[in-house]
Ligand binder design. Structure first.
Ligand code: ADP
Ligand code: MG
Length: 557
C-alpha cells in the first residue's frame, strides 16, 4: 500500500497548526463534533432536494466513545460520509475545506448553515492523538474506506469495513507527558463536560454511554454494574427559541448556568437580527457590580458562537468600553468556526454585529430610563460611572450615544435627573446649566458659590462623583446650553454681573494686602456681589475648576 505525503505547504501548515493555532488542546473535540454535525447537515440538504430521501430525525446522531483499555476515543456520526476520493481531497490537503465547496454549490437554505469554512479543524485531532483513523462510507456507496495518519508523516487510504453510511474517527490518544495530561480525554465525565461547554447547542443528539456501579434497588449493600446511553447536549439553544415562549425565569436560569454572574440579571435583552448581518444574542445587565468591575483585572466581552458552536469565551471586540458591564452571548452563522483571534478583529461581519449590538444596548437603556425609572436608577447607581467614563475617555465622540443616558443629582428634590429634564424646565432668562462640585450634596449646598444660583431659584446640579465634571467638560454643552461651574468667575447672572467699581476702588489697599499675603495661592482678590451669607468665596478663571485641579494634581503621571 502506497503511503502518500501531505502536500508540501500542507505539511508546514499542519505543524504550525498543531503547535500554535489553537491554544487549548481540548477544542479538538469541538472541531470533530462540528464536522460530524456538518456531515449530518449535508444529508439534510440532500433530502431537501431529493424526493427519494427522507430525513428521519431519530437516525441521525453523533456518538462519542472513550476506551480506556485501548487508549482510544471514537467519534462516530451518521452523516454523509466520504468516498475514497473525498478522503484524499478533504483530509489530504489542508486548508481546502470541503464544506466551503459544498456551501457554494448549495446556497444556505432554511437557516441551516454549515459551520466549517476554513479547513483546518480536522487536524486539531493531532494535538491529542498519535494516530488518527477515519473510516467512512459515503451516502450511496457500499464500500467504506479507511484513512490513517500519524500526523505530519503522511497518510494511507485503503478499503475498510463499515456497515452503515457515515464516518467513524478513532483517535489513539497520546501518552501523558510531564507537562501534559492526555488521560482526561478518555474520562467520560471530562468528555461530557467538554461537550456541554463547546457543543451543547449542536442540533443533533451527541450520545455517550455511561457506565459504573450503582446500588441495587431496595438494597443498601449490593451494587450492580450498569451501562446506559445518554444524550449529552441540550440541542436547542435558548437564543434560538421564540421570545414569547420564554419566561423571565428561563433567562435567569440561563444567566446562572452560564455563570455570567452570581446575582440576578437586572434586565435581559434578547435579539434576533436578520438582514445585512444575521445573529441571535442574549444580553444581560447584571443587578450588582462584579467585584472586580472597576479594576484593571476586569475583562469585558461576550461569548461568541458560530452556528451554535462556542468559538470564544470573551470576545471583547463585541462591546464598547462604555457598555463593558453587559454580559451575554452572540451566535452568528456568518462567522467561521476556526477563525483566530487576530483574524476576528478584522472580520467585517463581526464589526457590523458589534455596531448593531451597541445601538441595541443603547436603545434598551433609553427605554428603561423612560419606562422603568426605578430600575434604571438602580442600574445607574451600579454602572453610571462607566457611562460617564465613556463620555470622557472618547473626548465627547460618544456624546450622542451617551448624553441622554446620564443622570446627576440636582437641587430639585435632590433626585437624579437627566440633562433633558434640567434643560426643559430652565426659565427663559437662564443662560447656563449650572453645576457645583463637592464631596457631598450637603457640603455643596452650604458653599457660597452655590448660594447665588440657588437664591436665584435656578436648578443646580450637584456633582459628587469625581468623574462628573470631566464628563460634562467633554460634552461641552447640551441642547445648545453650556455648562457652568458655579465657582467660575462669570456666572451670567444679572446682579452679580457689573462688579462694583466703587467698592473695588474703596478697598484697593485692603485687596492688595490680601493678595500679597496669599501670593502664589490666588491670582487676584476682588469685591463681589455674589456673596450672600458668606464673607468670601473662591472662584476660578479659565476652564479648569478647583475640583478638577485637585483631581489632576492627584493623578499619577
Ligand atoms: P472544515 O470543517 O472547516 O471544512 P475540517 O478540517 O474540519 O475543515 O474538515 C475538512 C473537511 O473534511 C470537511 O470540510 C469535510 O468535507 C470533511 N470531513 C471532516 N469530517 C467529516 C465527517 N465526519 N464526515 C464527513 N466529512 C467530513
Ligand atoms: Mg471543521
Amino acid at each position: 500500500m502506497e503511503k502518500k505525503q501531505f502536500q508540501a505547504e500542507s505539511k508546514r501548515l499542519l505543524e504550525m497548526m498543531i503547535n500554535s493555532i489553537y491554544t487549548q488542546k481540548e477544542i479538538f473535540l469541538r472541531e470533530l463534533i462540528s464536522n460530524a454535525s456538518d456531515a449530518i447537515d449535508k444529508i439534510y440538504y440532500k433530502t431537501l432536494t431529493d424526493s427519494q430521501l427522507v430525513f428521519d430525525n431519530d437516525s441521525y446522531y453523533i456518538k462519542i466513545t472513550p476506551d480506556n483499555d485501548n487508549r482510544t476515543l471514537t467519534i462516530r456520526d451518521t452523516g454523509v460520509g466520504m468516498t475514497a476520493e473525498e478522503l484524499e481531497n478533504n483530509l489530504g490537503v489542508i486548508a481546502k475545506s470541503g464544506s466551503l465547496a459544498f456551501k457554494k454549490e448549495h446556497q444556505a437554505q432554511d437557516g441551516h448553515d454549515l459551520i466549517g469554512q476554513f479547513g483546518v479543524g480536522f487536524y486539531s485531532a493531532f494535538m491529542v492523538a498519535d494516530e488518527v483513523t477515519v473510516t467512512s462510507r459515503a451516502l450511496g456507496s457500499d464500500q467504506a474506506y479507511k484513512w490513517t495518519s500519524t500526523g505530519t508523516e503522511g497518510y494511507t487510504i485503503e478499503p475498510g469495513e463499515k456497515d452503515s453510511v457515515g464516518t467513524e474517527i478513532v483517535l489513539k490518544i497520546k501518552d501523558n507527558t510531564e507537562d501534559e495530561n492526555y488521560d482526561e480525554y478518555l474520562d467520560q465525565y471530562r468528555l461530557k463536560a467538554l461537550i456541554k461547554k463547546y457543543s451543547d447547542f449542536i442540533r443533533y443528539p451527541i450520545k455517550m454511554d455511561f457506565s459504573g456501579k450503582r446500588p441495587v434497588e431496595g438494597s443498601d449493600t449490593e451494587f450492580e454494574d450498569y451501562q446506559e446511553e445518554q444524550v449529552v447536549n441540550s440541542m436547542v439553544p435558548i437564543w434560538r427559541k421564540n421570545k414569547n415562549e420564554l419566561t423571565p425565569e428561563d433567562y435567569e436560569t440561563f444567566y446562572n448556568e452560564k455563570r455570567y454572574g452570581w446575582d440576578k440579571p437586572l434586565k435581559h435583552i434578547h435579539l434576533s437580527v436578520e438582514g445585512a448581518v444575521t445573529y441571535q444574542s442574549i444580553l444581560f445587565i447584571p443587578e450588582n457590580v462584579p467585584y472586580d468591575y472597576y479594576t484593571k483585572e476586569f475583562e469585558k466581552g461576550l461569548e461568541l458562537y458560530s452556528n451554535g458552536v462556542l468559538i470564544m469565551n470573551k470576545c471583547s471586540d463585541l462591546l464598547p468600553d462604555h457598555f463593558s458591564f453587559v454580559k451575554g452571548m452572540v451566535d452568528s452563522d456568518s462567522l467561521s468556526l476556526n477563525i483566530s483571534r487576530e483574524m476576528l478583529q478584522h472580520d467585517r461581519q463581526l464589526k457590523l454585529i458589534a455596531k448593531n449590538i451597541a445601538s441595541k444596548i443603547k436603545s434598551n437603556l433609553q427605554s428603561m430610563l423612560n419606562n422603568e425609572r426605578e430600575n434604571y436608577e438602580k442600574f445607574y447607581t451600579s454602572f453610571g460611572r462607566q457611562l460617564k467614563f465613556g463620555v470622557y475617555s472618547d473626548f465627547g465622540a460618544q456624546k450622542d450615544t451617551l448624553q441622554d443616558l446620564l443622570l446627576f443629582y440636582s437641587s430639585k428634590d435632590k433626585q437624579l435627573v437627566t440633562l433633558d429634564e434640567y434643560v426643559s424646565r430652565m426659565p427663559e432668562e437662564q443662560k447656563y446649566i449650572y453645576y457645583a462640585t463637592g464631596e457631598s450634596i450637603e457640603r455643596i449646598e452650604k458653599s457660597p458659590q452655590a448660594e447665588v444660583v440657588l437664591d436665584k431659584g435656578y436648578e443646580l446640579f450637584y456633582f459628587t462623583d469625581d468623574i462628573d465634571e470631566f464628563a460634562i467638560k467633554s460634552l461641552r454643552n447640551y441642547k445648545e446650553k453650556w455648562f457652568k461651574n458655579v465657582s467660575s468667575g462669570d456666572l451670567g447672572i444679572e446682579a452679580e454681573e457689573n462688579q462694583s467699581e466703587e467698592e473695588q476702588q474703596e478697598n484697593q489697599e485692603l485687596f492688595a494686602y490680601m493678595k500679597e499675603q496669599l501670593s502664589g495661592k490666588v491670582s487676584d482678590v476682588r469685591s463681589s456681589k455674589r456673596l450672600k451669607s458668606h464673607p468670601v468665596c473662591l472662584t476660578t478663571e479659565g476652564d479648569v475648576t478647583i475640583e478638577m485641579e485637585k483631581i489632576l494634581s492627584a493623578m499619577p503621571n
